[in-house]
Design a protein around this ligand. Structure first.
Ligand SMILES: *Cc1c(COP(=O)(O)O)cnc(C)c1O
Length: 377
């Protein structure tokens, strides 16, 4: 059966040649379990790719990786965790799973990521109020690196560990080094909409090998070393399936192509829409290289953003407003925040355009045509 659809998606999966081979291998050898050769090989290929001497634990999701990462950094009930407000809710939810409290920090205009200035204010204010934050969650949103050096310097000055949410930034670099390898703990996601996917999955990254070992221990129900099932701590069922890791192995082989294709999407949109002075594109700062997971434009107003989004929707093209900041979410209403309006404005004016690595030139032209028409109407 062939399915024909003209719908253009925001970011859809893009399989390479080898994924089914590795999945078949898992069936042929009966490694149909949350461990096995594909899991080990997938971890090895990510370790090679990120370099920097990191160790990687493949897990069931990026959210699970953030949860375990916070545990490794010592976060527990009653603690406060500083978190970039402009992000997907999965960055913040695991703070709550642990009974800790998220405190939100706004973004800066340069990168759309956590503002080093506000981060410093927030840390000093929390310390003044009597509680030093237990961890900082910084996010490379849409694949654009946050200011890695500034954030690291601040974190080191105050002695607070950084959880680097690199769920959207596999393939991005800062100072020539790969995103995901900077934090005390780094996190990757292989959800269906990410730059590469295992359908669902994630990974915890660290330069500390003992963090990988501890993450795998916790992710497999925290079993003590005994012939029977014996437990001295609370565990989780967070390990990645050997079937899905087979998809991941294949996807790692095409990652560089996927990054190149997404970057080309962004360049094409800029080429075709850049003359509209009302639009703004997020440019890379020195030392930064974005995988351009999603191509985004800033429009002059929420009205124009909605006009474009609805015009695209009318002809089966999916686009989406930028992430709604966490400090504006009903669920986090009661949380303290250090904000200056930057992410609220990005949310109002910004739109994510179709960005998949499998989009054809005709697809991009369809998107561009609708936007140009809307802007001249
Ligand atoms: C996708 C995503 C996550 C969560 O990853 P899952 O694998 O979907 O659990 C976390 N943070 C950010 C910024 C994301 O985009």
């Amino acid at each position: 059966m062939t399915i024909t659809s003209t719908k253009i998606w925001l970011s859809s999966p893009h399989m390479g040649e080898k994924e089914q081979h590795y999945v078949q291998e898992a069936f042929d050898t009966n490694w149909v379990a949350p461990l096995g050769p594909n899991v080990n090989a997938f971890e090895g290929s990510i370790e090679n790719y990120l370099d920097n001497g990191v160790s990687v634990a493949a897990l069931s999701s990026g959210t699970a990786a953030i949860h375990l990462g916070l545990i490794l950094l010592g976060v527990s009930s009653g603690d406060e965790v500083l978190c970039q407000s402009f992000t997907f809710s999965a960055s913040a939810n695991p703070i709550c799973h642990l009974g800790a409290t998220p405190i939100f920090v706004d973004s800066e205009k340069d990168t759309w990521n956590i503002s080093p200035v506000l981060l410093k204010c927030a840390i000093e204010d929390r310390i003044r109020k009597g509680k030093k934050p237990k961890a900082i969650i910084a996010v490379h949103l849409y694949g654009m690196p946050y200011k890695v050096k500034e954030v690291r310097d601040i974190a080191e000055f105050y002695g607070i560990p950084v959880l680097e949410d690199s769920a959207e930034a596999l393939g991005s670099t800062f100072g020539g080094e790969k995103c995901g390898s900077f934090g005390d703990v780094g996190v990757l996601s292989f959800n269906g909409n990410k730059i590469i996917t295992t359908s669902g999955g994630g990974a915890l990254v660290s330069k500390k090998k003992e963090y990988k070992d501890k993450a795998i221990f916790l992710a497999t129900q925290a079993r003590d070393n005994a012939p029977h099932y014996q437990h001295s701590s609370v565990g989780y069922n967070y390990r990645m399936s050997n079937i899905l890791a087979g998809i991941g192995r294949g996807q790692m082989e095409v990652l560089d192509d996927r990054v190149a294709a997404r970057r080309a999407n962004f360049e094409y949109y800029k080429e075709k829409l850049g003359h509209i002075t009302a639009f703004e594109f997020l440019e890379e700062m020195p030392e930064m290289y974005s995988n351009r997971w999603l191509s985004c434009i800033l429009t002059p107003s929420i009205q124009i953003r909605e006009k474009i989004r609805l015009a695209l929707q009318e002809v089966e093209i999916e686009s989406r407003p930028l992430w709604k900041p966490m400090h504006m979410q009903p669920v986090f209403e009661a949380c303290d925040r250090y904000v200056d309006g930057t992410s609220e404005e990005l949310f109002e004016k910004g739109l994510c355009l179709p960005s998949g690595s499998n989009l054809q030139r005709e697809d991009l032209d369809r998107v561009v045509e609708v936007i140009l028409k809307t802007m001249t109407k």
